[in-house]
Design a protein around this ligand. Structure first.
Ligand code: AMP
Length: 543
């Protein structure tokens, strides 16, 4: 849409709506042969280029139009990072439909709720997730069709066409864009707060601006010389924007597929000459273990981003010893997702290496395009003294203003997003997250809802109250601990509770430890004081 208005004194610049198809158009025109390497779950390696990806995505766009998909329709994906997923992502958004990335690590029940809420019309799925995809197609009337991104495992061929068959015969040159940049381009549900998952609805404009924000030297610092591997999945807040940033700068893109163990990551990074990669700490630990146990070096790998959970000093020092710069980044799905990146200011750069580490371990400082503050209970800004903690609040053109089909506002009266994180900000501008106000646990970079576990556990025989807290864990960052208080005179069968949770929840949600406790600390409002419980546990050395 032409954003130029009849305003006295207006500038006279060209209208150029910021829509995400621009990334692929740019890469196909100026970096046409730059490679995209994709590792499929059937071990096939696919090599393509930005020019070929543009043609694939165009064919897909035409197929979607033929299927009656119109601007604003939600089209879901259930897939790891791969070539087909990328073609679907651009093919969907290019025609003004909304690419809704589903998280395959959620249970079928949770996904069915989300698909129903989003009213997704089609589903593009990796063959490895065939059972879940078929379950969703049966349960969710809005889904008219499944298209397979790789051969489905253990199901009939008739369950849906492959992506190749679906787009066959369609023209390879779709005219994309030509709609308002405020139109929605992507949808991603987060369980990062209490209650049901909430949909963050990114606009074309917010995604384009977020890309410009993250490629800056003081953020991810990406260029045409890079070979980028987003290990973080596309369903985890748009792979932190890397599927936009790579074509924007003309970097080679390596899509690792489903196998993310240390050895596989190492082999793929080494073979493809990866210079930049991003992942949660758990994935990095696997790579480090493999490299240190004689796996070898990665001479091309210069910078990695560690996000989704806090980077530990041990992780940072292990990467330093290998000559790889580990940069901590903090963000949330609601921020598109980058909030802060721990790159140096002049004062920090001038410090001795050991002193610098305390800054490198913080969650980072804001690049241009993101603003933050810490605030008291009345949303008044607190000093940036590095000591007083406050509620972390964010603002910017790539920060959510609300959730999809939900009235409740996450914003303060003056327009800052409440993150649910508690943090300090130091005089240098670095934020340090000190606690989480939201009752939710992050294990290996993925959310576990304490509420869901508590609800199920409290229905078990003999249970009066059930409380779940996150306890630190060396590999998964956090794991759930379930504390049960028995009804007067009743006994609790802990194994019975475990069986019930195992039946109803994703396996990795089931608490490693379930304990009975006589009473729980209560806060001023009579609710269980989880912060006090967490403190008790960490001082008892539960980690
Ligand atoms: P998500 O929406 O899944 O990306 O999760 C966002 C939440 O993850 C944040 O609000 C934080 O609580 C947590 N988080 C993300 N990155 C970091 C980090 N670098 N350090 C500590 N916590 C983090």
């Amino acid at each position: 849409m032409n954003r130029q208005r009849e305003v006295a004194g207006a500038g006279r610049m060209q209208p150029w709506s910021m829509t995400v198809d621009r990334f692929i158009d740019h890469a196909a025109r100026w970096h046409a042969d730059r490679e995209i390497v994709s590792f499929r779950d059937d071990e096939k390696v696919e090599r393509t280029s930005y020019a070929a990806l543009r043609a694939d995505a165009s064919r897909l766009s035409h197929a979607l139009l033929t299927d009656g998909i119109v601007p604003g329709d939600r089209v879901a994906t259930l897939a790891m990072n791969g070539r087909g997923h990328l073609a679907a992502w651009y093919g969907i958004a290019g025609i003004g439909a909304v690419c809704h990335t589903l998280n395959p690590r959620m249970s079928e029940d949770q996904l069915a709720w989300i698909v129903d809420h989003a009213q997704d019309r089609l589903l593009f799925a990796d063959g490895a997730f065939a059972q879940t995809a078929l379950g969703l197609a049966r349960r969710c009337p809005s889904l008219a069709r499944i298209v397979w991104l790789s051969p489905p495992h253990g199901v009939e061929e008739s369950a849906g066409p492959s992506i190749e068959v679906y787009s066959q015969g369609q023209p390879a040159d779709c005219r994309w864009g030509a709609f308002d940049e405020e139109l929605a381009a992507g949808l991603c549900y987060t369980s990062g707060t209490t209650g049901n998952p909430k949909g963050v609805l990114y606009s074309h404009r917010s995604n384009v601006l977020h890309t410009l924000i993250t490629v800056q030297p003081d953020a991810f610092g990406l260029s045409a010389l890079d070979t980028i591997m987003p290990i973080v999945p596309m369903y985890h807040a748009n792979a932190w924007g890397l599927a936009f940033a790579a074509p924007a700068v003309g970097a080679k893109l390596v899509l690792p597929g489903a196998r993310l163990d240390g050895r596989t990551l190492y082999d793929r990074m080494r073979r493809e000459g990866v210079t930049f990669a991003a992942a949660v700490p758990t994935a990095w630990l696997g790579l480090l273990d493999y490299m240190e146990s004689g796996g070898g070096a990665l001479p091309d790998l210069r910078r990695i981003v560690v996000g989704g959970a806090a980077m530990t000093e041990q992780l940072l020092r292990r990467f330093d010893a290998l000559g790889i710069e580990a940069i901590a980044a903090w963000g949330m799905t609601e921020l598109s997702p980058v909030g802060g990146v721990s790159t140096a200011t002049p004062a920090v750069a001038a410090m001795a290496a050991d002193e610098r580490i305390s800054f490198r371990l913080k969650q980072g400082r804001v690049p241009f395009g993101v603003d933050m503050r810490i605030a008291d209970e009345a949303d008044r800004e607190l000093p940036r003294d590095g000591r007083a903690p406050g509620a972390l609040q964010m603002r910017g053109p790539a920060v959510a203003a609300g959730y999809f089909r939900l009235d409740e506002s996450p914003l303060t009266a003056d327009g800052f997003l409440r993150t649910g994180d508690i943090a300090t900000i130091d005089p240098q501008g670095y934020v340090k997250i000190t606690d989480r106000a939201k009752d939710i646990i992050k294990s290996g970079g993925e959310w576990i809802s304490s509420l869901e576990i508590e609800t199920l556990a409290s229905l078990c025989p003999g249970v009066a109250t059930a409380t779940v807290i996150g306890v630190p864990h060396p590999r998964w960052d956090e794991r759930p601990l379930l504390l049960l208080v028995a009804r007067p005179g009743a006994a609790i069968d802990i194994e019975g509770v475990r069986d019930e949770l195992t039946r109803k929840l994703p396996k990795w949600w089931v608490p490693d430890s379930i304990e009975t406790i006589d009473e729980l600390p209560l806060g001023s409002t009579g609710k269980v004081d989880k912060a006090a419980l967490r403190n008790q546990r960490s001082s008892k050395g539960e980690a």
